[in-house]
Design a binder for this molecule. Structure first.
Ligand code: PLP
Length: 222
């Protein structure tokens, strides 16, 4: 399947969910996740009309950035964990950092940003060791920090639930993220991936992060 065909299939799935929920297409950002794929794939997706792109690693996107930065109107979101020693470079090459998870990282990004930088808070909703993210009980403090920083613009909450083949099993996590957003007066919700974005949209997602369904399986680099 071509990227165009895959994108159409994604839009068909999305349209069906939007119809069922009475939500509008313009309220959902489709983030094309291009991690692991070469920059040519990103450029092809851009030619087809995609404008928002997600990448997981600062170092990997560095190599694509010279080409990617020349695409007018393309916006790049960092959706992978950010170490604070890479925050300076991240603030330069990304338009949105979706994975802010500590006051320290927020302050580093604010210092590094040349002008306004859009950010989201990654919230950790499971107890898995490996998952990054701000614990729900620490959310208030992080929100206060971000709201007080001059250059950071808070765009919402993001989460990455534990993997489950069954999309329904993920619904409680999406619901919990929305509850947290409502409680803290935050608007955007980055949640849902290739296999579960319908459930995420039903639960209020405003940004779905889709890789496999647009570009095919990623070949794991060892
Ligand atoms: C890789 C990745 C995605 C995309 O996953 P697919 O299942 O390929 O759609 C979304 N969000 C994050 C944080 C990712 O790392």
């Amino acid at each position: 399947m071509t990227i165009a065909e895959r994108w159409e299939a994604v839009e068909t799935r999305l349209a069906k969910t939007l119809q069922q929920t009475g939500r509008k297409r313009q309220d959902i950002t489709l983030l094309a996740v291009t991690k692991v794929f070469p920059v040519e794939i990103l450029c092809e997706a851009y030619r087809l009309g995609l404008r928002e792109f997600g990448e997981n690693y600062v170092q990997e996107f560095e190599t694509k950035h010279p080409t990617a930065a020349s695409l007018p109107e393309a916006r790049f979101h960092l959706i992978g964990h950010l170490q604070s020693n890479k925050s300076r470079r991240a603030a330069e090459i990304f338009h949105v950092v979706q994975t802010v998870d500590s006051p320290k990282l927020a302050r580093r990004l604010d210092e590094a940003a040349a002008s306004a930088l859009d950010v989201m808070i990654e919230v950790k909703l499971s107890v898995e060791e490996a998952k990054a993210g701000c614990a729900p009980q620490d959310l208030s403090e992080l929100l206060d920090t971000i709201r007080a920083l001059p250059k950071l613009r808070l765009k919402g909450l993001m989460t990455m639930p534990p993997w489950n083949e069954d999309a329904e099993a993920t619904r409680p996590y999406f619901r919990r993220l929305r509850e947290l957003a409502v409680r803290h007066g935050v608007e955007g919700l980055s949640m849902g991936m290739s296999h579960d974005f319908e459930v995420a949209v039903e639960e209020g997602s405003t940004c779905i992060r889709v890789g496999t369904a647009l570009f095919g399986r990623r070949i794991k680099v060892p």
